[in-house]
Design a protein around this ligand. Structure first.
Ligand SMILES: Nc1nc2c(c(=O)[nH]1)N[C@H]1C(S)=C(S)[C@@H](COP(=O)(O)OP(=O)(O)OC[C@H]3O[C@@H](n4cnc5c(N)ncnc54)[C@H](O)[C@@H]3O)O[C@H]1N2
Ligand code: MOO
Length: 438
């Protein structure tokens, strides 16, 4: 499919960052919705409108630990001249059988417990003697230590108005009202609301499964000793972490050697569990750049991956296409560690978020004052330098140089400083756009 002629023309063309991103996003469709348990749906986009089935709160209940009383019984009460009421029992949260509060009576009631019939208000325990016959109570005595407090007499020191300290049925939300609209991203509070209205499952777009595969015969798993010429595989760890951070379920495949057959077989194996495939390395012009070699040669049935040059630094060589029977998106990122991470941020992260159907695909970008001069930036390329952004001052300081092997500087940065295509230098104090990495 992607024969020599097509390949040559693509090689000639230099793509802008925006063109490559548009091409990637134009080929990504949100994943089909599925029904998930509430906690599994965290961070996902709801695809159904949810209506409240029953009012919240479902019944009138107390907002205080105290005594459920009749208003007239405590009118004019003071500490000096308290209203003495007969305690007829306890109403704890979860109580099903409620005592009826008659004239001159009170029921001891706990926060969240249903207001018993006959009661018109709740007096907080601090406004009473707590049944001790002493001064104002600071707290109730535990039922296990003082079971007698559920009966006997309580002295109330202050009057209450009708409905005081009662949370009315439906005061939060009434039955039939919309709870959440389709398109809502489910954060902790939305999950809390769904649970409160009794939803155990919801229909959402699922988290994409991202398979991350690094390539390179020089790569050794961290924790293992290095031989001559070897380095530890850091990209697959960084990219897997980045995929999780973007909201995906990420699977890291150990580094694949620079061997076309192994790579092809590994890809075939991994397709089954991937909504998106990410490779690092092997996309440049070297003799062992096996990702490019293997994926350029896919038969039409297997899909099509294009390799292209971007007007960008780092991240010049990139591959993108759809592979396998499901035409799974594959992004082949350059192997230099900073290049692969910056490429992930710019292209893979938005793709993951598009698969999730999220409304905002991109990291926030702000305008910032650059604390140091940027002496030279390549003409015609969009450069992404690592930076440390201080939201308090709105200033960003470059961290490390432009080299795409500078792993430590990346780890000490929280932002990418954009030096656009037409800018070759930035004076100290000059304004730059900054991508906040969060
Ligand atoms: N003659 C040319 N050489 C190169 C060009 C070019 O245009 N002409 N482009 C350079 C640019 S820009 C980049 S970026 C890299 C991309 O190279 P590859 O994608 O083929 O990556 P590799 O050659 O496999 O590795 C590059 C570099 O990164 C290290 N690496 C790779 N994988 C990992 C990993 N998982 N963990 C840590 N480090 C990794 C690898 O050892 C190399 O040092 O090509 C330039 N060359
Ligand atoms: O463009 Mo490469 O990505 O500098 O290192």
């Amino acid at each position: 499919m992607n024969g020599t002629t097509g390949q040559t023309s693509h090689q000639d063309r230099v793509w802008s960052v925006a063109e490559h991103l548009d091409d990637v996003l134009s080929k990504i469709r949100p994943l089909d919705p599925i029904e998930l348990q509430l906690l599994d749906a965290q961070g996902c986009v709801l695809v159904e409108d949810i209506t409240v089935p029953v009012a919240l709160p479902p019944f009138d209940n107390s907002s205080m630990d105290g005594y459920a009383v009749r208003v007239a019984d405590v009118a004019g009460a003071t500490e000096e001249f308290p209203a003495a009421l007969t305690v007829i029992g306890d109403v704890a949260a979860g109580s099903g059988e409620l005592p009826v509060v008659g004239p001159g009576e009170a029921a001891r009631i706990m926060t969240g417990a249903p207001v018993p019939p006959g009661a018109e208000a709740v007096v907080p325990v601090e406004w009473t003697d707590g049944g001790t016959g002493q001064g104002p109570a600071a707290t109730m005595r535990h039922a296990s230590a003082a079971p007698q407090d559920a009966t006997g007499e309580v002295r109330v020191h202050r009057p209450v108005t009708e409905r005081a300290h009662i949370r009315a049925r439906g005061s939060d939300v009434s039955a039939g009202e919309p709870a959440l609209k389709a398109g809502t991203v489910l954060g902790p509070s939305q999950i809390g609301l769904l649970a409160a209205i009794g939803r155990g499952t919801v229909t959402v777009r699922p988290r994409p499964r991202v398979v991350v595969m690094s390539t390179g015969s020089e790569l050794v798993q961290p924790g293992e000793a290095l031989g001559p010429g070897q380095i530890h595989d850091s990209n697959s760890f960084q990219l897997t972490a980045a995929a999780r951070d973007a909201g995906a379920i990420a699977y890291r495949v150990g580094a694949v050697a620079d061997d076309a057959e192994t790579l092809r077989a590994t890809l075939e194996d991994q397709l089954i569990r991937a909504d998106i495939l990410v490779t690092s390395g092997g996309v440049s012009v070297g003799a062992y750049d096996v990702v490019k070699e293997t994926l350029t040669d896919l038969s039409g049935d297997e899909g099509l991956v294009e390799f292209r040059k971007l007007a960008m630094q780092p991240g010049k060589p990139q591959g993108f296409g759809l592979v396998g029977p499901e035409r799974t998106p594959l992004l082949a990122l350059p192997g230099n560690p900073v290049s692969s991470y910056v490429s992930f941020e710019l292209f893979v992260r938005p793709a993951i978020r598009a698969l999730m159907g999220l409304p905002e695909l991109h990291r926030p970008t702000v305008r910032a004052e650059c604390t140091e001069a940027i002496a030279s930036s390549p003409q015609g390329k969009r450069q992404f330098l690592r930076g440390s952004y201080d939201p308090a001052t709105g200033r960003v300081a470059p961290v490390g140089g432009p080299g795409s092997h500078l792993i430590k500087a990346m780890a000490h940065a929280n932002a990418l400083i954009i030096v656009d295509e037409d800018t070759t230098e930035v004076a100290a104090g000059g304004a730059v756009d900054v991508v906040l990495l969060g």
